[in-house]
Design a binder for this molecule. Sequence first.
Ligand code: SAM
Length: 319
Amino acid sequence: MIDRFHRNVTYLRISVTDRCQMSCSYCTLQEEPKESLSAREIGELVRVAGERLGFRKIRLTGGEPLLRPDLAEVVEEVVATSQIVEVAMTTNGLLLAGRAEELAKAGLRTVNVSLDSLDPARFRELTSSGSLDAVVEGLRAARRAGIQRRKLNVVLLGGVNEEEVVEFVRFAIAEDVEVRFIEHMPMDDSRLTSWRVDPDEIRARLREEFGELQPVATDRSGGPAELWLVGGARVGFIRAISGPFCDRCNRLRVTSEGKIRSCLLSGGEVDLAGVLRGTLPEEERASALATLFQTAADAKPPVYELMRDGAVPMRQLGG
Ligand code: SAM
């Protein structure tokens, strides 16, 4: 689907629940959880996106996707649309060990595990709950289950976990995963600058430890990460704030309650749930949904404006 600024929108991120068992220092939800889309509704949206609009990649996120007992069913619904060539999930990994096999069998091939500290005490403090061992075990179970692409998402927080970058790369080498250092995005103005980390300083620190970083060529349409080979591991930097990638943004987001969000940080929402749950016959419903997708794509701003429309909790948006 082409938007008003000629960007080819092919990547849909779906928040499958706004519930999460963690309460991270920069990502909490005060509101009561709302009803999420059902597996069947998600399947229908993906069919429209894949068959009519040219979407090729789906990411299931949340909230915490693994809190959904029917997650394998959701994956099966997504995989059933043959135009979708990549099905990924972002998770905190806490429950992954017990579910990896079931999800791999359903067709999940890529998992991103969010992990902001390898220090058990700091991990507990940052997440207000959770066992680091369980997350690491989840990552290993994913490998055993045959989930081929495993990535670690590390949100770098100045003065909190930035000193762990070398350790994260060592961990990535040992566990055969890609690690991606992500800039913290201020979703409310109180912390606009206090957690900022200079990516050049981080790269310098890695160079000191592992020698020259080798750039990995990407076609830049594959995602926002700048990729490097560091000591044999693939290391990505996602600079949403210091190096925005809006000009090649190829994504739309569906919130857990069934609204399309045009942009993570700004732009409006378009409600899909009303049509999904309405009384239109199937064919007309698919056309109406396709039109709503196009409306949302056309509302994508050329460049995001931080907090223009107020912050929407990450848990509803899925990051
Ligand atoms: N529960 C899942 C998880 O932990 O990965 C999926 C949802 S979580 C909102 C998705 C990702 O967004 C996590 O990697 C989280 O660290 C990241 N995230 C949340 N708030 C953020 C912020 N303000 N800036 C950057 N990343 C953020």
